[in-house]
Every structure is written in structure tokens, then in C-alpha cells.
Design a protein around this ligand. Structure first.
Ligand SMILES: [Ca+2]
Length: 363
């Protein structure tokens, strides 16, 4: 694109010189003149290019929205005029495209941990637990998820509901569904779920806010997860993940339980490795397949006690000087269903342990 702009500027300038600028006098043209022309021409061309891009964005969007509405009417019996009204109020947000297009730089663990496991986040986690003791305890009893894990997930996601995201979900989802071809299918699916969520739960689709990627409320649920796993945990007849800490707590617990959490089981323990064969059993995003005893064949051993018959996998974390290894069990894998990164899962685990320890010593 930049090359194109320069090429156009070059041609435009030569055009100008040939038609309107008088032939060079004996004295050289003051430098400023040339710069001014260049700036003017460049500005105009950039404006034109911007207009063209804007036009294309609108065209793309119009076509996408029309098709989408047609599908929704056919598939779910929505009223066309109602969808036209809602989607007509959605606003394209350039910033959302910019945010999602940024290359995901996977931060190494030694740089990731200090962002999420901080004294502030630990203290706020203790406060969150103390404020919501009864709901957290009920969630543990009903779903088998420890209080500190639920608190830590919410702590990492939104700093306990204080940073739920400022984007209108309708703007996020429509921008990504209709102006981000790379993941259009995924975000059209989420937009579909969002509309169904609005219909079934009478949610105010125009005003729900969340992340630029469409994650909603205190636990940052995408609309598909909202519909499948969110629960009305305070029994007031509606699910409100933006305003109700109780609903958020019950929903996080239900999400983890539904993804296979095993109550009372280990999450991960530090491990040591011997030789290079350990690479064969490194975590690859699948549930653990080998027992702790079997994994010993690849030179891997737990540093803390772990039952030999438990299924485990090996996770490595990048430290400033070398690597740190952990044997991770099914429950660790379940946390990665919330967010696919092992750094994420480990930060939830370590924040949880810090919250539990800090709370215990404060009681
Ligand atoms: Ca509720």
C-alpha cells in the first residue's frame, strides 16, 4: 500500500510539474514549495484511498449483513425488520480490527506471571472471596470447583469484574463478523448466538458491553458459552454475567465442571526431567494420556507426591535462565478450555494458591 501511495504521488507530482508549475528559474525553487505540493498531493491521495477503503468496508458489510439476516430469518424464524433494526444500530469500529490484527506475541512465562500474579490481584482476590463467601462455597458444593480457582479465573479475566470491557458487544461482533474475513465464520456464529441469547433471555442487545472480541461480563463469556454454560446462580429469574457476581461465580464453576473438572484432584505439580526424551510427552492441547508411572519412561518425575496411576502430561515454562517443568493433570487441561494458553492456566493456578494462602493467614 505504501509503495502504491508513493508511486501515485510521484506520478501526480510529475503531472503537476508539467502543467502548472512554471519552468525552473535561474534561482532554485525554495525547498518549502516542493514540500508543500508534496504534502498537499499526498494528503489528497491518502484521502481518496481512505474514501475508497471506507466505501469497500461499507459495501462488504452491507452485503454480509443482508445475507446474514436472510439466514437468521430462515434458520431461527427471526423477524427481518427487527434484525434490520438491531444490526442497523451496530457501528463499525476500526479499532477492533486493529486490535485483533495485532500479531499475538506469546509472552514467555517469566514475563506473563508478573502481570497476573501480583500482590494487588492477590489482595483483591481475598476481598472478592470474603464478599462472596456463600456463593463461592455453594459453587464448590454444587460443581466441585474450589473457591480459589473460581476467584482466580475471574481475577485474571477482569480483575474481579472491575475491567469487563468497554466495547458494545454488538459493535465488536458485527465488526468482526462482516469486516474481518479471516475469522468471519466464527464471529457470525457468535453473533447468531448473541441474537438468540437476546431472544431467549430478553437481554438488551444494544447495551451489553465487553471485550473487543465479544467476550461478555465478569467472566468474559463468548455468546456461545453464555448460552450453553451461564447459570442464574442467585435465582432472580435472569442470567446477568455483567451485573451479578453470583451468576458469574456459578457460571465459571458450571463451565469448568462441564469441561470435565474432577473434584478434589490435583491440578499440577513441579517436575524434573532427565535427558531429552521428555519432549515426546510435552502437552499438546489434548487431555493427558499417560499415567505418572508411565511418563517416567521418558525421564520425567514429579517433584512432589503424585499418585502413579493418575493421568498426566508435561508442561514446560520459559524462565529467564532455562525452563521449569510441571506435571499437569486433567484439571489443568480443563482450565485451558477457558483459554488455550498454558501460561493462562498456570497463572490461574498460582494466583489461586496465593489467594488461598493469603486468605488463610488473614483469618
Ligand atoms: Ca441471576
Amino acid at each position: 500500500m505504501r509503495f502504491l501511495i508513493y508511486a501515485l504521488v510521484f506520478f501526480a507530482l510529475t503531472g503537476c510539474v508539467a502543467t502548472s508549475v512554471p519552468p525552473p528559474a535561474a534561482e532554485p525553487q525554495p525547498e518549502i514549495e516542493g514540500e508543500k505540493i508534496e504534502e498537499r498531493v499526498e494528503g489528497k491521495i491518502e484521502e481518496k484511498i481512505e474514501e475508497k477503503i471506507e466505501g469497500r468496508v461499507e459495501e462488504e458489510r452491507k452485503e454480509g449483513v443482508e445475507n446474514f439476516i436472510g439466514e437468521m430469518v430462515k434458520r431461527h424464524g427471526f423477524v427481518q425488520a427487527e434484525l434490520e433494526n438491531i444490526l442497523g444500530q451496530a457501528q463499525y469500529q476500526e479499532g477492533i480490527i486493529k486490535a485483533i490484527s495485532q500479531p499475538a506475541t506469546a509472552r514467555p512465562w517469566y514475563a506473563y506471571r508478573p502481570v497476573f500474579v501480583t500482590p494487588k490481584r492477590i489482595a483483591a482476590g481475598v476481598a472478592f472471596w470474603n464478599t462472596n463467601t456463600a456463593d463461592l462455597e455453594r459453587a464448590r458444593r454444587n460443581f466441585g470447583i474450589p473457591e480459589e480457582i473460581i476467584a482466580a479465573v475471574i481475577g485474571v479475566e477482569t480483575f474481579y469484574g472491575t475491567q469487563n470491557g468497554k466495547h458494545r458487544i454488538l459493535d465488536s461482533l458485527t465488526t468482526l463478523a462482516f469486516n474481518y474475513p479471516r475469522r468471519a465464520a466464527f464471529f457470525r456464529g457468535e453473533l447468531e448466538q448473541y441474537l438468540l441469547m437476546g431472544r431467549n433471555q430478553q437481554a438488551d442487545l444494544l447495551n451489553i458491553r465487553g471485550s473487543y472480541a465479544g467476550a461478555i461480563g465478569i467472566p468474559q463469556f463468548m455468546p456461545s458459552s453464555y448460552r450453553r454454560y451461564a447459570v442464574d446462580f442467585n435465582n432472580d429469574g435472569k442470567i446477568d454475567l455483567s451485573g451479578s457476581a453470583a451468576d458469574a461465580i456459578g457460571s465459571v464453576a458450571n463451565y469448568l465442571k462441564s469441561h470435565g473438572w474432577e473434584a478434589g484432584q490435583l491440578i499440577a505439580v513441579p517436575a524434573m526431567v532427565n535427558g531429552e526424551n521428555y519432549r515426546e510427552v510435552l502437552y499438546s492441547g489434548h487431555p493427558p494420556r499417560h499415567t505418572v508411572t508411565e511418563i517416567g519412561q521418558w525421564g520425567v518425575a514429579p517433584r512432589w507426591h503424585a499418585p502413579g496411576s493418575r493421568l498426566a502430561t508435561l508442561v514446560e515454562f520459559e524462565m529467564k535462565n532455562g525452563k521449569e517443568f510441571w506435571l499437569a493433570f486433567n484439571n489443568f487441561h480443563v482450565i485451558t478450555r477457558y483459554n488455550r494458553s498454558v501460561n493462562y492456566a498456570m497463572s490461574v493456578l498460582q494466583l489461586a494458591e496465593e489467594i488461598r494462602a493469603a486468605r488463610a493467614s488473614s483469618l
